[in-house]
Ligand binder design. Sequence first.
Ligand code: SF4
Length: 307
Amino acid sequence: MTIGLIDVDGHRFPNLALMKLSAWHKSQGDVVSWYTGIEHYDRVYMAKVFSFTPDYGYCINAGQVVKGGTGYDITTVLPEEVDRMPPDYNLYHLSNDLAYGFLTRGCPNKCKWCIVPTKEGNISPYMDIEEVSGGRKKVILMDNNILASDYGLQQLEKIISLGIRVDFNQGLDARLVTDDIARMLAKVKWIKRIRFGCDTPKQIAEVERATALIDKYGYGGEYFLYCILMEFEESFHRVNYWRDKSHRFVLQGQPYRDLNNPHQVLPQWQKDMANWVNRKELYMSCEFKDFTPRKRFRCEKYFSEYK
Ligand code: SF4
């Protein structure tokens, strides 16, 4: 059987589902490759994570087309035997010491901008770190709220004892960082930094509290803060807050996307604010009001517009 794969989002990030499908089909003796648009394939898988990326706009030359991923449909899941396959990392030419996966799925919270609770439900155990790592020394973990689960905390202990370097790339929930958890987080070997969500005004204090606790136990690295941008004044206050704190806080501004409206046009201020926040040198050296993203336009104008 010939299998073609399409990463509809354009290879922004390695697509775990495609890597598992590739591994499973190869284990069945099938011939797997990226879809070229030239040859005929027995089956083509199209994976799309984001609702805002454009769909693949061409006719597919295949006997069967299977579409999946949050960008198409939040209810599709991989068959169990495929889901348990070690991913085919060669598909994205990933380094030999790096693995991707999840230890838990779901989240107990229901943040209004987030699809996870609807898609995956409450948090539950999913895989073991040794199964995910497959002997690799670094693991990117895409768990949505690892600290909200006792199983997740046990897995963190295991990560520490195995000395695996990790990145929880979806961020941790600062509200859940107790003294014990902070001690544990300070012991983890991080790939680069610890990430938290800082999506509401209240989370500023929570992030400050959590990071001070983790520092107390000896962590001296970077903190990466995800900041959703929803309303102008509140978002500005929240992202601007960290400018004077420490160069150890690195922010990523994320314009709010209405998951029920894939054709939503993002407000220009959200794009400009994200552009400012996400370029660390610019963010640290220039106030948002002085940022000039386009000729003859200073962001100062937004302050009178959104009063
Ligand atoms: S805590 Fe994170 S994963 Fe959970 S609902 Fe909120 S944004 Fe989504």
